[in-house]
Design a protein around this ligand. Structure first.
Ligand code: GDP
Ligand code: MG
Length: 451
């Protein structure tokens, strides 16, 4: 099972923004808190998280959206940028003579990545040699030998030898004078244990490696932080390599590993083959973690709904301003709400905020109600639709009969109408809110709602 709680939580937080009728300081606070919680639960350093969330909140409230960007896109962009910043400055491996030690739990991709690195450095014109220091899995040496053959580099192997440190010493003695890059592939365990950490410390002492690469599977999830910390304490990790990003895992745990080691991600693995390794690109990584593609299409959908109804929305807004509000208006408004139109924004700004907290499920429920209302409204005269105050008991019975419903259903519709109308009246009498509405609908310049 793929454990990627961090990515999921972050995506959930940003979906709140993408789905929101409009963005206000309360929403930003809410979302920032979600992000905070998600990162802290993934063992990202609390101090870093607090700094990050403070910056997100400040920027979201103070900075103006770029030209053509909505408030929603603006805030999502800020969260994205700040997470990229959390990953630290980009770092590349140096193309110089050096010893590299690979560490990580069993199955994370150490041996495969050793082969990929060998290929990478070879294509850069450096002379590479490998040392097989996994003495725990008999097949591990064969696997590395296979890879070395494919890349055409030498590998130091001592089959049957149980002392990994001895193998490393011998391998270094053999290769150091003549090779530029020496990569030591080490053993892992199914889970962290003292024995493994002790072995890593000893190899570290013997090899004095320049680079210590922690290899972690993108699916590592929340254990990423503690795992990384344990290896870091043992060998002082200098770089992280996240493997299997070609799968479904989004690499949330890798963020925790980076935070725990303060070591940047240098490469990512995107497949089993030797050339399926890429230099790490923080922007792309975070976009993937956050599901920016999905968010983008959500945002576009919302934008289309707004654009498609601009005319309707404007007419509706003007009507509300005049304080006139008929059953037909109410119906049109409910219809628009279902399409995520600007009326949701309008309702969100009303006192008692009937649209602000409106969830998708509520909107669905309302769409069912809308169908029932339509049937009843079809039994009304034009006069009644324009002036619902006329609808009293005898008319109620007539309408109910015509629509095949109970009189109480008609009364429910009238009640709903009266409530909506009362809210609209309140709105019509409030200039400050009207101004906000006009800004929201972009009839009077943009601007952040609520200032
Ligand atoms: P080690 O135990 O840490 O040395 O892990 P291995 O290098 O033996 O890799 C474990 C498994 O993961 C193997 O089946 C590899 O082919 C596979 N693997 C490693 N890196 C990647 C990657 O980036 N993508 C995919 N899809 N598979 C990978
Ligand atoms: Mg291995």
């Amino acid at each position: 099972m793929v454990l990627d709680n961090l990515g999921e939580s972050l995506r959930g937080a940003l979906k709140k923004i993408a789905n929101a009728g409009f963005v206000d300081p309360a929403l930003i606070k809410d979302v920032t808190r979600d992000i905070q919680r998600a990162l802290i639960q993934s063992d990202v350093n609390v101090k870093l998280v607090l700094e990050l969330s403070k910056r997100i909140e400040k920027r979201a409230l103070e900075e103006k959206p770029a030209a053509g960007a909505s408030n929603r896109e603006h805030v999502i962009r800020i969260v994205h940028d700040e997470l990229v910043r959390l990953l630290g400055p980009q770092r590349e491996v140096q193309l110089k003579k050096q010893t590299i030690m690979m560490v990580g739990l069993y199955g994370q991709g150490k041996t495969t990545t050793t082969g990929k690195l060998a290929k990478y450095f070879t294509t850069k014109g450096l002379k590479v040699a490998l040392i097989a220091a996994d003495v725990h899995r008999p097949a591990a040496m064969d696997q590395l030998e296979q890879l070395a053959k494919q890349v055409n580099v030498p590998v130091h192997i001592e089959r049957g030898e149980k002392d990994a440190v001895k193998i490393v010493r011998n391998g270094l003695a053999e290769f150091r004078p003549r090779y530029d890059i020496i990569i030591v592939d080490t053993a892992g365990r199914h889970k962290l244990d003292d024995d493994l950490i002790e072995e890593m410390k000893e190899i570290f002492k013997a090899a004095q490696p320049d680079e210590k690469f922690l290899v972690i599977d993108a699916a590592v999830g929340q254990q990423g932080g503690p795992q990384a910390k344990a290896f870091h304490d043992a060998v002082q990790v200098t770089g992280v390599i996240v493997t299997k990003l070609d799968g479904t895992a989004k690499g949330g745990g890798a963020m925790s590993a980076v935070a725990a080691t303060q070591a940047p991600i240098v490469f990512i693995g995107t497949g089993e083959h030797l050339d399926e390794m890429e230099k790490f690109d923080a922007t792309r990584f975070i976009s993937r973690l956050l599901g920016m593609g999905d968010l983008q299409s959500l945002l576009e959908k919302a934008q289309e709904a707004v654009e498609g109804e601009e005319g309707d929305a404007e007419a509706m807004a003007r009507k509300i301003m005049t304080g006139k509000f008929t059953l037909n208006d109410m119906y049109a408004q409910m219809e628009m709400l279902g399409k995520m139109g600007p009326l949701k924004k309008v309702l969100g700004m009303l006192p008692g905020g009937m649209g602000a907290k409106m969830k998708d499920a509520d909107i669905e429920k309302q769409q069912v109600q809308l169908k029932r209302f339509r049937v009843m409204m079809d039994s009304m005269t034009e006069e009644e639709l324009e002036n619902p105050g006329l609808i009293k008991s005898s008319r109620i019975n007539r309408i109910a009969r015509g629509a095949g419903v109970e009189p109480k259903d008609v009364k429910e519709l009238i009640n709903y109408y009266n409530k909506s109308k009362a809210m609209m009246k309140q709105f019509a009498g409030n200039r400050r809110m009207q101004k906000k509405l006009m800004q929201q609908l972009d009839f009077g310049g943009g601007g952040f709602p609520g200032g």
